[in-house]
Design a protein around this ligand. Sequence first.
Ligand code: HEC
Ligand code: HEC
Length: 269
Amino acid sequence: MKKLSARRRHPLAALVVLLFALAVTGGLYAAFAPADKAQADDTAQSLAIKEGKKLFAVGCASCHGTGGQGTSDGPSLVGVGAAAVDFQVATGRMPAQQPGAQVPRKKNIYSQAEIDQLAAYVASLGAGPSVPGKEQYSKDGADIAKGGELFRTNCAQCHNFTGKGGALTNGKFAPALDGVDPKHIYEAMETGPQNMPSFGDGSLSQSNKKDIVAYLGEVNGDKTASPGGMELGGLGPVSEGLFGYIFGLGALVAVAIWVAARTAKAKKS
Ligand code: HEC
Ligand code: HEC
């Protein structure tokens, strides 16, 4: 007892206790600290791939092959990227059902979490465009006028002036773009589904794509956005010209008849 208290009073005792305490805390921390964040992400990712692979085997492999290498019923998915899966499955195009000229949009049967897993699995087969982040397709900082210009040069030949859609050859069609989720518009440009060309960052930069998404949101989302009043179907100069022709000219003819009738009446009396 006497020996211990003598040691406690030793000038180095405090230092020893401090070092000991530090070592214990450090050791405890190392033992219980959450695993490295990157490592945690890694395992979440490989878990998603594993789950995605299971979903794929059940819902997709019959046409796309067990390893996504493609069969006579569906193309190879190696290198199409997560964006293609997110677009195709979230818009209900995949899994495809009946054969036809074009796989149509329909009710989506997977949850977003399952779609993410399918996308992770397909992305693991080969590098391709990834699912865009919110800041890439949000309206913030987008130039709507520029988007309209870009849309008219790159998209209107198939989708019509304000995205009302149109027919293509052999029973294929470019769908109307109103009501399409901004994320899916972005992904469609990235991946070019079916007869649509893909617009990689080389042909339409990320900010160009953002402008186009904002333009479509403007013309299709907000029905009060038509500055001249009624939008006349938004089909462009032909329908608007025809409208002017029939109603404008019709009104002129009606006025002329009315004036003539009145003059005739005035002459009679
Ligand atoms: C009945 C057969 C069938 C099933 C089932 C099916 N697909 Fe497809 N898939 C196709 C066909 C055919 C195409 C090509 C469509 C085209 O381009 O005309 C395609 C295209 C795709 C594309 C676009 C590829 C590209 O080049 O951009 C993706 C991605 C895709 N499928 C994912 C899936 C996923 C994921 C599933 C399961 C949830 C699935 N498919 C189920 C037949 C199928
Ligand atoms: C050569 C004609 C063509 C051009 C040019 C074109 N598209 Fe498409 N687009 C299509 C076709 C065909 C589809 C239908 C594909 C499908 O159903 O898988 C489509 C589908 C889409 C979809 C999916 C709509 C939905 O209902 O899910 C979006 C969004 C889209 N296009 C946007 C654009 C934008 C934006 C541009 C210009 C940057 C563009 N497209 C240029 C032909 C075209």
